[in-house]
Design a protein around this ligand. Structure first.
Ligand SMILES: Nc1nc2c(ncn2[C@@H]2O[C@H](COP(=O)(O)OP(=O)(O)OP(=O)(O)O)[C@@H](O)[C@H]2O)c(=O)[nH]1
Ligand SMILES: [Mg+2]
Length: 164
């Protein structure tokens, strides 16, 4: 089975770390900011995933839609411990999802870095980011940590469910 997934979200939210931990069980405090994108192949059981890990710095956000087109799923990563980033994170997400080409692509929002104190929880993030307003597609939201691997098992289950 195959799955193509695109990971977007603001810089330093933990996208590359997620792929490193899911793909090769490699956690590091020291990850280089992504330039443009990384393409990784991840195998889990009988599922081969093509993972587009796209850069989150402002100058790269205009490329997000290009990598999201044709994806079987979009993962949107949020740094749940950086509350000052949530307004920008929200507007970037809603701008992306407004694109007709991305209608009906399933979305998984991760409230990442839940190992840090004061990280925002799922219920509050759903409200803050107005995830309830997103229609016409599957929308899920989990609280995760790449550092402790909290809930990464359910992220993987969510992904493999979408393989075909
Ligand atoms: N405490 C904690 N730190 C994390 C977690 N995930 C990532 N980080 C750290 O956050 C920093 C940024 O992580 P990256 O994975 O490079 O973030 P990114 O989203 O790929 O950033 P760009 O490539 O610039 O878009 C690194 O120092 C990571 O170690 C997490 O779950 N918990
Ligand atoms: Mg990165």
């Amino acid at each position: 089975k195959h799955l193509e997934v695109t990971i977007v979200g603001l810089q330093a939210s933990g996208k590359t770390s997620l792929v490193n931990v899911l793909g090769s069980n490699q956690w590091s405090e020291d990850v280089v900011p992504t330039v443009a994108f990384n393409l990784r192949q991840v195998r889990k059981g009988n599922v081969t995933m093509k993972v587009w890990d796209v850069a989150g710095q402002p100058k790269f956000r205009g490329m997000w839609d290009r990598y999201c087109r044709g994806a079987d799923a979009i993962i949107y990563v949020v740094d749940a411990a950086d509350r000052s980033s949530i307004t920008t994170s929200t507007s970037e997400l809603h701008a992306l999802l407004a694109l007709p080409a991305l209608a009906s692509v399933p979305l998984l929002v991760l409230a990442n870095k839940n190992d840090l104190p004061n990280a925002i929880g799922v219920d509050e993030l759903i409200k803050e980011m107005r995830l309830g307003d997103i229609g016409g597609r599957v929308v899920s939201c989990y609280s995760t940590s790449n550092k402790t691997k909290h809930n990464l098992d359910i992220v993987l289950a969510w992904l493999t469910q979408r393989a075909h």
